[in-house]
Write a protein that binds this ligand. Structure first.
Ligand code: NAP
Length: 342
């Protein structure tokens, strides 16, 4: 089978090298999946950068956490799947349910110590897989494991947002657009920011109630307060990091909740003045993708509501490096896909 790995010393774009590996047969508790689509995440760029700083002739495992495909063979003891089932794999293959732990979050797919999905075939324990909603095509289903589950966890598990609440999403990347689509379908009022008016128009077409251009309105937290009649929002899915964290806190209502997801604006520190949380009794919590149980709850909700996640562009398997370059350019709205096979 064909797959990719990252070999930084070869001076390939993003270090991505296509290689041939024999597909192995599934063990008694394992499932063999023919991957049909892979979805890129900001993390995949971070991993190419981390791999680039490694010295020596090092190749990473197969990259990318997010993919969907068809079961083509199952081990003798597998009970949950049979050939022909359409599945995705959990970002954390050992986190089936229950609270987060170091053991459950070990060997995340497509990291520096475990193979991911940018391959024609993948073998994992059956406990790592879940069935994807029937109305999603492979490209849409491939966006579930990291971006979809993180948005679900940030809103409804760690975020604890209630029906009728108001949420703020930052930028129009994969997690934020997924969160906007979920929030809208759940009957929440949605505000979203972007650097681009064209992307904000796309967000409104997908159902965003209020939009703010954070370039032309640099003090966007004031606009959030104006749009919420001085109250602030019930929660923010905080993907921005250093340039956005304090503005997100200022955008929250008293008692509101910030789910800390990422740092697309930069990985530097963002000193938080304790009084900004104390006055107003505001909450902050980290989010680390989520469990297979959360993925299954997300799939039930997506099936019930008919949501189709926003896919921006689809690249061929041979053009994986171009897909990474497109992600790096941040020109996308929602998700970028690499098609695998025909
Ligand atoms: N904790 C977790 O479990 C978890 C899971 C998934 C992702 N993440 C993290 O979450 C972040 C988002 O991931 P992603 O895959 O959704 O990224 P992505 O698709 O690459 O998002 C890129 C977008 O971020 C927006 N952005 C950049 N700077 C911004 C700023 N200063 N203010 C507001 N928006 C800004 C831009 O939107 P516009 O073009 O509209 O301006 C840009 O297009 C990353 O840091 C990622 O590592 C964490």
């Amino acid at each position: 089978m064909q797959a990719y790995r990252i070999v930084p010393h070869k001076q390939l774009p993003f270090g991505l090298e296509r290689f041939e590996r024999e597909a192995r047969a599934p063990g008694p508790h394992e499932v063999l999946v023919r991957v049909r689509a892979v979805s890129l995440n900001y993390r995949d760029l971070m991993i190419t950068r981390m791999a680039g700083s490694m010295t020596g002739k090092v190749a990473t495992p197969i990259p990318c956490s997010d993919g969907a495909g068809d079961v083509i063979a199952v081990g003798a003891n597998v009970t949950r799947f049979r050939p022909g089932d359409r599945v995705a794999a959990s970002f954390f293959p050992h986190w089936v349910d229950g609270p987060v732990s170091a053991q459950r979050t070990a060997e995340a797919l497509g990291g520096l110590d475990a193979d991911g999905m940018l391959a024609e075939h993948v073998v994992l324990p059956e406990s790592a897989f879940y069935a994807v909603p029937a109305h999603l095509d492979y490209a849409e289903a491939a966006t579930l494991p990291c971006a979809g589950v993180t948005a679900w966890n940030a809103l409804f598990v760690e975020g604890r947002v209630k029906p009728g609440g108001t949420v703020l999403l930052l930028g129009t990347g994969g997690v934020s657009v997924w969160a906007m689509q979920l929030a809208r379908a759940a009957g929440l009022k949605t505000l979203i920011t972007s650097s681009s008016d064209e992307k904000l128009a796309r967000a409104r077409a997908l159902g965003a109630h209020e939009t703010i251009n954070y370039r032309t309105t640099p003090e966007w937290q004031d606009e959030v307060l104006r749009l919420t009649h001085g109250q602030g929002v019930d929660m923010v899915v905080e993907v921005g990091g250093q340039d956005t964290l304090n503005r997100s806190i200022a955008s929250l209502r008293m008692g509101g909740r910030l789910t800390i997801v990422g740092r697309v604006s930069g990985a530097g520190g963002a000193p938080v003045e304790p009084i900004s949380l104390i006055v107003g009794n505001k909450h902050m919590t980290g989010v680390y993708v989520g469990s297979r149980a959360m993925a299954e709850d997300l799939c039930n909700f997506v099936t019930l509501t008919g949501i189709r996640p926003a896919v921006d562009r689809v690249f061929d398997f041979a053009d994986a490096a171009q897909a990474y370059a497109y992600l790096e350019s941040a020109a996308h709205f929602g998700k970028i896909i690499i098609r695998v096979g025909n």
